[in-house]
Design a protein around this ligand. Sequence first.
Ligand SMILES: C[S@@+](CC[C@H](N)C(=O)[O-])C[C@H]1O[C@@H](n2cnc3c(N)ncnc32)[C@H](O)[C@@H]1O
Length: 252
Amino acid sequence: MGARCYRDAIETEEHIVSQTDRTRDRLIETYRKKAKHYDITSRLYPVPGYPQREQRLRAVQALGLRAGDSVIDIACGTGLNFPLIEEVIGPDGRIVGVDLTDAMLAQAQDRIETNGWSNISLVQADAANFDFPTEVDAILSTYALSQVPGCAEVIAHGAAALSGGGRWVVLDLKVPGNTPAWLAQLGTAIVRPFASIDEWIMRRPWEAIRAAMQEELTDLSWTELFFGTAFLAAGSRGPGTFGVRPRGSGHQ
Ligand SMILES: C[S@@+](CC[C@H](N)C(=O)[O-])C[C@H]1O[C@@H](n2cnc3c(N)ncnc32)[C@H](O)[C@@H]1O
């Protein structure tokens, strides 16, 4: 490669990296502002009256958890899923909550202390770079993975970390198929104050998530929720070389 080509390549790489950093910094700033009141305002997400709690319950059920299981909650935010998971895994289970935003994790920590849970640890990390612990029973991500530019890689890294038969479940928003243009524009106008929606619509991350889950997992189920405005995707890791590990054995 000539010196000029090499310099151009380096500059392009630096441009992409700094753009990614800027996007990440903006996202952290946004969630720092939202963190304190997130548990209340998220009830209006993406619009008032949206059946978010029902969807969240379905997502946790789709994990097929048992007492003693280990669960990773990717982009856990303030930990709204924790009580639902704790109810099933009990004190012998374990949750690792991962999130990019310090202020969201601070709220999650308050929730942990208020409930006296001693089996939850929090990690501040970009999901795209998170070093998954191995042999986990289940991985969950709710209303978040589509915000991660490298969402397909996160699915792949998580799938590799699951024990045989372990479950990966993603609940997230999407744009309904066959949406009339006027409805899509109206929806965009409603949601725009809450999110950087235009970039998200262009990127169509739910398609990348579906393709990655199809690739990495067996028995993928894909359910569209609330008129196609959300999806619940769930799949398992195949048995692997050493067979299916007994679930709920409380491994760390
Ligand atoms: C809409 S909130 C959802 C929080 C939680 N999962 C829930 O269901 O309430 C999105 C969360 O994703 C986190 N997030 C966004 N991009 C991330 C990334 N690349 N890595 C880790 N967390 C990220 C944000 O900090 C925020 O807490």
